[in-house]
Structure formats: C-alpha cells, structure tokens
Design a protein around this ligand. Structure first.
Ligand code: SF4
Ligand code: SF4
Length: 439
C-alpha cells in the first residue's frame, strides 16, 4: 500500500507539472492565425501511417535512418510495458496485462528486444554527436545549449533502456531463483541472465524493484523535460504529420483579404454587395510570432533540429545566411519569449522586438528560392516556405521593402503588365522581321 501511495503522489505531481506546461503552450496557440481547415481525415491518416509510423522520409538517409526508425518503433512497443507499469503502480497488481495471454508474450518479447536495439541506436547517436563532426549538426543556430539539450535527452533514453533491461533481468533471475514461472517472454534479458551465475534471490528482487522505480521515475522526468527540449518531437511529430499541409508543395496559400480585394477590382458591382461583416485586416503577412499560423507554430514545436532541411537548401549550400531549420527554431524561441507576455498583457502587447529582424534577418528571408527542397526533405512534413513567404509578404505589403531587383520587377508589372521593362505594345517586336501573319 505504501508503494501505491508514493506512486500515486509521484504520478499526480508529474501530471500536474505536465498539465501546467501543456496549458502554457496551448495558451500561445490562441494568439496565432488560422491556417487551413483540417479535413480529409482518410488522406491524413494515410500520410501519418506512411510518413510517421512508416518512417519513410527518415530512410532517405538509409543507415542512420534505420537506427532512428528502430528507436521510433521501439518506443511504440515499449509504451505498452510503461502503461502496464502505471496500472501496476496505481493498483498494486503485478503485470496486469498478462491477461492478454500470448499477445502479452509477444509485446514483452518485442519490448525486451527493442530495449537492446534502442540502447545500441542511442549509443551510436551519442557517439556521432560527441566524437564525429557531422555537418548537419552545425550552423549558426546550433549553439552549445542545443548540443547539451540533445545529449541530455539521448542519455536519459539510454538510461531508460538500460533500466528496462536490468528490470527484466532482475525479474527473470528472481523467478528462476525461487522456482517460479516467469510471466511474459524476455529473450534478451533471459540470455543475459544466463551469464549471471552468482547472486541471491533477494539481490535480484532488489535489482528488479530498483530498476522498476528508476525506469518509471525517469519516464515521469523525461515527460516533463521534453516540452522544453528539441525532443518535444517525441510527442509532437506524429500529430504534426497528421496535420500536414496536403496541398502540393509548390502551391502557396493565397491571402484571403487580397483575393477578396482582387475580386472586387475585377467586378466593381461586387463591391456594393460586399458584406459589412468583412473583418479589417490586422496585418499583411508575418512580422512577429503571433502573425504566424497555428500550423507554423505547431511545426516549430515539432522540429527535431535534425538539419535535413538545411542540408538540402540551395541557399544554405551556396553560402547564403538562410537556414530553414533556424527559421523554425526562431519562431519557437520568439513565441517562448513573447507568448507569456501576451498571456499577461494581451495580444497587442509590444516588447519592441519582433521575429523579423530580432530573430530572422531580411537577408535570410530574401535568400530563399522557394524551391521547397526543405519541406520535401523534412521527415515530419514541416513546411518552411509558407512562413518565409509570409514574412516577405509583410515586408512588401506593409513596409514596401524588397531588394532592388524585385522592386524593379514590381514596377514593371505595375506599368507594363509583365516583369520586363518593355511596354506591352513592344511585346511582339521580336517577330516583326519574321514572315508571320500577325492578324
Ligand atoms: S524542419 Fe524538419 S528537417 Fe528541418 S531540422 Fe526541423 S525536423 Fe529536421
Ligand atoms: S524553399 Fe527556401 S529555405 Fe527551403 S530549401 Fe528552398 S531555398 Fe532553402
């Protein structure tokens, strides 16, 4: 009973802290703008199964992608064991899911094998980060804290897997010492247990109990650290893929307010029919975090900082300042900075800083070719160009600010109806000396 009470208190504290953090993050979403209506659930489910659970985009880098997929699939299996631990801890039962019979054996055996595979994968990830110079993990946005954050999260996962294995080994050994049958199958732990020839039943019982507590307490700690870490993607990536933008990558979203204006210009009669309820536009494009859409912000929270987007960005590769990963990290950082201030003082609060310029420079924004390579490569379907283009829209439409070449093009479109500096009447001059009937 004492164990149950301690467990219940610990779980309550964990849930309380987690609920506080989630509520804080959710409260920032109410400052964001609409993106697209979430429909086509069948298609979304297919994308989620393919990209998130199938890990298909991760496999574009086959070797390291394979290890990442092992970690993801391992988490999906091991979570059943964690759920059982929660129920056992609260109710005082022992391996409550054993009622599933043969299915239980499969789940436990898979979890035991995956614990080893995940541990090996994490050691490889840590070794890559600590001992090898991986270009993808470098960049102006990748400071010392981002590396420490990643290493701490990986180390916690490693300890989680080790404690899971030692828990299983202790359980297997304890049962064999007292002559009891083991509930569930533990192929890896049984194999390792076979090499342990010394030890009393009490020692193995203690090993089992200590590992059990270590494992569950680390899960509680990890769950509360994740929202502050790049590893928040553990929670966010699957829903982010489900909420993917389903339009073709090259199709930029129109601005409703501008579309309406253009339609009114084309059909002046419609101007008189326009509903007075049409809300005034607060801002064209994106200047600060609250101008971004909820999907942009969701993307920023889901970003794993893997750098796959930046590694294929032609602007970045050719030495420009732009890094699509940084764009996502900047939006998250800016919302983390301004979100609490807006919660306290309202959406219109200004701290005289903004996403544009204090975090993302104009130089970065104009370096983008809108090629969409970043969005195509991102393993969790984050879409960077929509945000980049919206920041440009703010610059052009509210500040009339754009590089000289683009301004010249705007003038030409306005004056000549084409991006070139020739008048519309001269368009067919090139064909004058050709023997073509122009009528
Ligand atoms: S945006 Fe996508 S590809 Fe880029 S760092 Fe984040 S998760 Fe990786
Ligand atoms: S769309 Fe822009 S940010 Fe993305 S890869 Fe192309 S140039 Fe880079």
């Amino acid at each position: 009973m004492t164990k149950q009470i301690i467990f219940a208190i610990t779980l309550l504290l964990t849930l309380g802290a987690f609920a506080y953090t989630v509520n804080r993050i959710v409260s920032f979403f109410r400052f964001t703008r609409p993106a697209f209506p979430v429909k086509n659930f069948g298609k979304r489910f297919g994308v989620m199964m393919n990209v998130a659970f199938g890990q298909t985009k991760i496999f574009r880098k086959p070797v390291i992608g394979f290890f990442h997929a092992l970690v993801f699939w391992g988490f999906c299996i091991i979570i059943f064991g964690s759920l059982e631990m929660l129920i056992d801890g609260l109710t005082g039962t022992e391996r409550v899911l054993k009622a599933l019979g043969p299915v239980y054996n499969i789940i436990m055996a898979s979890g035991d094998i995956f614990a080893l595979l995940v541990a090996v994968s994490i050691i490889i990830f840590l070794a890559r980060r600590i001992f090898f110079h991986i270009k993808r993990f470098e960049g102006i946005e990748m400071n010392k804290m981002t590396h420490i954050d990643a290493n701490i999260a990986l180390s916690i996962i490693l300890i989680l897997m080790i404690s899971l294995l030692t828990m299983n080994i202790g359980y297997v050994k304890y049962n064999s010492q007292i002559g009891e049958a083991t509930v569930g199958l533990f192929p890896v732990s049984s194999l390792i247990a076979g090499f342990i020839t010394e030890g009393q039943a009490e020692s193995f019982s203690l090993m089992y109990q200590a590992s059990w507590w270590c494992h569950i307490l680390l899960i509680f700690l990890f769950a509360n650290l994740l929202p502050y870490s790049k590893h928040f993607h553990v929670f966010m990536s699957v829903p982010n893929v489900f909420l993917s933008r389903l339009d073709p990558l090259g199709k930029l979203p129109n601005m409703d307010s501008i579309t309406r204006e253009v339609k009114l210009m084309l059909d002046p009669n419609a101007a008189f029919a326009a509903q007075p309820s049409d809300a005034p536009v607060e801002r064209f494009g994106v200047k600060d975090a609250e101008d971004a859409s909820w999907k942009n912000y969701f993307d920023s929270l889901s970003c794993t900082q893997c750098g796959r987007c930046t590694s294929v960005c032609p602007a970045n590769i050719t030495g420009k300042k732009l890094s699509p990963r940084k764009i996502m990290m900047d939006l998250r950082a800016r919302m983390k900075e301004k979100g609490p201030l807006m919660v306290k003082n309202g959406r219109d609060f200004s701290d005289n800083r903004s996403l544009l310029r204090d975090f993302i420079s104009e130089e970065e924004i104009w370096a983008c070719t809108t090629c969409n390579a970043c969005a195509k490569e991102c393993p969790i379907n984050i879409n960077h160009p929509t945000l980049i283009v919206d920041i440009r829209r703010y610059l052009v439409m509210e500040e009339a600010s754009a590089p000289g070449e683009i301004k010249a093009m705007f003038n030409n479109i306005e004056n000549n109806g084409a991006p070139w500096q020739y008048s519309a009447e001269d368009r067919l001059n090139w064909a004058k000396e050709l023997d073509i009937n122009m009528k």
